[in-house]
Design a protein around this ligand. Structure first.
Ligand code: SAH
Ligand code: SF4
Ligand code: F3S
Length: 461
């Protein structure tokens, strides 16, 4: 796989220094999936590298950058709404630079709309443009003109981008970029481009650096991690990569997402069972329980094949939990198709479900399919699905009461004086405890559950 390496752009840093009396501040907001959040961390790293400071307050910023998501129409509308709201800030501070990047910026019709209807947006670049941000900013600062472009797909991996991570104890670690699956509803392959895997040495080096810095939970990222390794010099597949990483000593947990059911193999499940560092949780998006709809979605598995995989995982990994993504109201989904989804959800017993009403995406195959069901029909189906999920999941979660579990304390809980800790199986427990435990391991006795949230008490290790 061709690889570019990021190098510091001294000319861009000089242009930034020349344009401001004091170091300027950048506000970067990410709207999308974990991959997009990780890109946001790199955008911050690159901005720091050329002399910006980072702020959480958009009204104090000299540069506002929206790192966008295009997966559903709602995500795009939110961005347009928030960009619209920036007009006032720009009027108050004409020197403010407003930028938009990420998956939305990869679509020509979006760039066209920004060009025409949002004259106060100064900078647009796509997902493959993170390392080019310094040069684009330099152009904007020196020429004073708008710089609006979709970044061309480079068919390469960019290594060594500087990064400012959101957390020092949990980290995202991309193993591959892009997607070749072309599920018929999905925009991701069009905006993210073709699959590109990082070489295992680069992943291992980043992994080691994270562990050395004290990071305790690392999530490997890819749109379909199971197809990891294609086109790499090492030729290692995903299970092989997991074996390699798990040889590293240390007190850490390793997660990954997303696993496409068509490529999730028994070997992958055996690998999870073999390594105690690999979390006993599988996010395995099923999308639908109807074979007819699955075929129309181009998913390449049947409900029976999916259930076989779940069954094998349950037998092989004691205590494993499952989560999934489901699309309700795919074009032409009938009541009968939908009921098959309900049956599958009942059969699996997911601890967590991410549910979406189908959203038509320009350029995808499904956008051309007849879609007679109304939004109200789809919303009614969604409500039925959520009810079944709750009925199935909540008692199963509550049944964990009495167990003693090791958790990674992530944040303050919702109730005053409480903390949230994540279990190995991805469930979250809220328990009273001091803030000083955030970022550390703790042992918690599970005492009950409020819906999907467990409650517990701190024990001494
Ligand atoms: N690569 C991952 C998913 C990435 S997108 C995978 O294959 O599982 C995350 C989720 O968004 C998808 O699993 C799907 O459930 C949902 N999604 C994608 N496109 C959508 C659309 N057009 N409408 C509604 N939901 C969509
Ligand atoms: Fe989209 Fe399918 Fe690729 Fe996931 S696997 S990103 S749903 S095309
Ligand atoms: Fe959205 Fe792009 Fe991720 S479309 S879901 S931010 S890959």
């Amino acid at each position: 796989m061709p690889t570019f390496t990021y190098t510091h752009n001294a000319a861009a840093a000089a242009a930034v220094a020349a344009a401001y009396d004091t170091p300027p501040l950048a506000y970067v907001r990410s709207y999308g999936c974990q991959q997009n959040v990780n890109d946001g961390e790199k955008l911050r790293g690159v901005l720091l590298d050329i002399g910006f400071g980072i702020t959480d307050a958009p009204e104090r910023a000299d540069l506002i950058l929206f790192n966008t998501c295009a997966v559903r129409e709602h995500a795009e509308q939110r961005v347009f709404g928030n960009v619209g709201a920036l007009k006032k800030l720009k009027e108050a501070n004409p020197r403010l630079i407003i930028g938009l990047c990420g998956c939305m910026a990869q679509q020509p019709q979006v760039v066209e709309k920004l060009k025409k209807s949002y004259p106060y947006v100064d900078l647009v670049f796509g997902v493959d443009g993170i390392d080019r941000l310094p040069a684009l900013l330099q152009k904007r600062l020196e020429k004073g003109r708008r710089v609006l472009e979709t970044s061309p797909e480079r068919g390469a991996v960019v290594e060594d981008l500087p990064i400012r991570r959101d957390s020092d104890f949990r980290a995202w670690l991309p193993v591959m970029y892009g997607c070749d699956n072309f599920c018929t509803y999905c925009i991701v392959p069009y905006v993210r481009g073709r699959e590109r895997s990082r070489e295992p040495e680069a992943i291992l080096a980043e992994f080691r650096a994270l562990l050395a810095a004290g990071c305790k939970e690392i999530t490997l990222l890819g749109q379909n991690v199971n197809s990891y390794g294609k086109g790499t010099a090492a030729g290692l597949d995903f299970a092989g990569l997991l074996d390699l990483l798990c040889q590293e000593p240390g007190d850490y947990r390793l997660r990954f997402m997303t696993s496409h059911p068509k490529d999730a193999s028994h070997r992958l499940i055996d690998t999870i069972a073999r390594h105690p560092q690999l979390c006993r949780h599988l996010h395995l998006p099923v999308q639908s329980g109807s074979d007819r709809v699955l075929a129309a979605m181009n998913r390449h598995y049947t409900a029976a094949q999916y259930l076989e995989l779940i069954d094998y995982a349950r037998k092989t990994i004691p205590g494993v939990t499952f989560s999934s993504d489901i699309i309700v109201g795919f074009p032409g989904e009938t009541e009968e198709d939908f009921e098959k989804t309900l049956e599958l959800v009942k059969a699996v017993g997911y601890t967590q479900l991410f549910t979406f009403i189908y959203s038509k995406r320009t350029g995808t195959k499904a956008a051309a399919l007849p879609d007679p069901a109304t939004h109200a029909d789809k919303a009614a189906r969604m409500a039925r699905l959520l009810k079944i999920q709750e009925e199935r999941a909540f008692p199963a979660i509550a049944a964990l009461t009495g167990r003693s579990e090791r958790v990674l304390v992530e944040s303050a809980g919702r109730m005053a004086g409480t903390l949230n800790g994540r279990l190995d199986n991805d469930l979250v427990v809220e328990f009273p405890g001091p803030q000083s435990l955030i970022g550390r391991w703790a042992r918690v006795r599970l005492t009950g559950a409020r819906a999907a949230l467990l409650t517990g008490e701190l024990e001494t290790e």
